[in-house]
Design a binder for this molecule. Structure first.
Ligand SMILES: Nc1ncnc2c1ncn2[C@@H]1O[C@H](COP(=O)(O)OP(=O)(O)OP(=O)(O)O)[C@@H](O)[C@H]1O
Ligand SMILES: [Mg+2]
Length: 275
């Protein structure tokens, strides 16, 4: 596993993390650090452990080994500095909650006598360009608009670390590109450390500073160039992988000796995709 580039004063530091769930080791010996103002991807196939890792950072999931620090302190003491956009978002169309209300819920006053922080709510709405649907019910918005509303909710607390679980999964190519540019601008302009989970690293490549590549609960971390190399990925998969570059895209094709040289279906999709 390559050593991650040295980051002084990391926003997130995960060290030798191990998580067991239902008697199974789901994550093992995961270590990486993320700096301020960076975009990082947590890449892995279904069941690799991406959501478990985010839930561990958030303290929703208990872990057995290692440590997780946010801003140099145990993560569970710093949750007010962390924004989270979960993998599954669904709002009933009839819930009487406007986009603005959802965002304001991310910035509730600590005490009943305090005024709500309208500036933080307006800034979060502006950051994701949600002003035009701020007064509409969230349940009536399109999937992409709902996603921006939830990101604004997470931004309203002015987080230093923003975790997004598969935010690109249901977006078309243009919407995914827009969201990727938005995340990069949040990192650059607000100094937020953004961590995005995905199956496919390609839509994120133009803005990616750091990659955590997860295979069956084990990880390699570093820059894309450091991680996406057969010397790093072969030991992680436990068998040879082929790495192809096609029109600026990276394809990792595991050649599982148990299954011959079959190319996974999703690789065909990438190869045929014209952009
Ligand atoms: N509560 C649980 N008890 C036992 N096993 C669990 C539990 N939650 C998740 N797992 C297992 O942990 C592994 C990792 O799950 P996780 O949801 O973190 O994967 P993921 O990478 O987010 O997958 P996906 O891309 O499908 O969202 C899977 O094998 C899953 O079955
Ligand atoms: Mg998941």
């Amino acid at each position: 596993m390559p050593a991650s580039s040295v980051i002084t004063d990391p926003i997130l530091a995960v060290s030798h993390l191990g998580v067991r769930l239902g008697g199974r080791q789901v994550l093992r010996d995961i270590s990486f650090t993320l700096g301020a103002g960076s975009v990082s991807a947590l890449i892995g196939e279904n069941g690799a452990g991406k959501t478990t890792l985010l839930r561990s950072i958030l303290g929703i999931q208990t872990w057995q080994e290692g440590s997780i620090e946010v801003l140099g302190k145990p993560a569970h003491t710093q949750l007010s500095r962390v924004g989270y956009v979960p993998q599954k978002i669904a709002f009933d169309p009839y819930v009487p909650l406007r986009t603005r209300d959802l965002v304001a819920l991310g910035r509730m006053p600590r005490h009943w006598w305090q005024r709500p922080d309208g500036d933080a709510v307006n800034q979060a709405l502006a950051a994701v360009q949600a002003e035009s649907f701020a007064e509409q019910r969230v349940g009536m918005l399109s999937g992409g608009q709902q996603q921006r509303a939830v990101i604004a909710h997470a931004l309203a607390r002015r987080p230093r670390l923003l975790l997004l679980d598969e935010p690109l999964a249901n977006l078309d190519f243009a919407s995914a590109s827009r969201l990727v540019r938005l995340l990069a601008s949040l990192a650059q302009e607000q100094g937020i450390s953004v961590l995005v989970t995905a199956h496919d690293m390609n839509p994120l490549l133009p803005v990616l500073d750091h990659l955590v590549y997860l295979v069956d609960g084990r990880a390699a971390a570093g820059s894309v160039q450091e991680v996406v190399r057969s010397e790093v990925l072969n030991p992680l998969y436990g068998y040879p992988v082929e790495i192809l570059q096609h029109r600026g895209r990276l394809l990792v094709l595991p050649e599982d000796p148990q299954q011959g040289l079959e190319i996974p279906c999703h690789a065909h999709e990438h190869l045929n995709h014209d952009d």
